[in-house]
Design a protein around this ligand. Structure first.
Ligand SMILES: Nc1nc2c([nH]c(=O)n2[C@H]2C[C@H](O)[C@@H](COP(=O)(O)OP(=O)(O)OP(=O)(O)O)O2)c(=O)[nH]1
Length: 139
């Protein structure tokens, strides 16, 4: 019998400020040390946007405004299938506190390749962000 991969639905935030985006480094678990967009699993009864507001408060102790949908990625990890929706986000006020991540960086368009993204995030960077950040810089 073929066993189906478990599916995980995740919402992730590209937090933008000036022409930079916020990348975080995972501090625990299977993907420890990988770079990602903050966020997490969408719980039953929640929309992706609601999950993002909750997760960013839990991880960075910050209130956000969720903006445009940037794109999604479907990725097969060996242990599960990830379905991730990514949104553009702004911080309402105040600073970002790293409550769960071990490090973070504000990346300019030219620095997108300077961190080791998780594989699903590399797809988002290559297919959506690189172009979006270049276009908004040129505006
Ligand atoms: N949050 C987040 N997770 C990502 C990204 N890219 C990626 O492959 N993942 C994977 C890693 C995790 O296995 C899964 C999300 O789990 P999570 O650990 O962030 O979610 P959570 O906070 O709700 O769950 P947990 O602490 O209870 O494990 O998706 C990303 O950019 N952001």
């Amino acid at each position: 019998m073929i066993k189906e991969l478990k599916q995980i639905h995740v919402a992730a935030a590209v937090i933008c400020k000036d022409d930079k985006i916020f990348a975080t480094q995972r501090g625990y678990g299977k993907f420890k040390d990988g770079w990602e967009f903050p966020g997490g699993k969408i719980e039953a009864g929640e929309s992706a946007r609601q999950a993002l507001v909750r997760e960013i408060k839990e991880e960075l102790n910050t209130d956000i405004i969720v903006g445009n949908f940037i794109g999604s990625v479907e990725y097969d990890y060996p242990q599960f299938h990830l379905s991730m929706q990514v949104f553009s986000v702004r911080v309402k006020h105040g600073s970002l506190e790293l409550l769960e991540h071990e490090a973070a960086r504000w990346l300019s368009p030219g620095e997108l390749d300077s961190v080791a993204w998780l594989p699903a995030d590399q797809y988002i960077v290559d297919h959506y962000l690189r172009r979006e950040m270049t276009v908004s810089k040129d505006k």
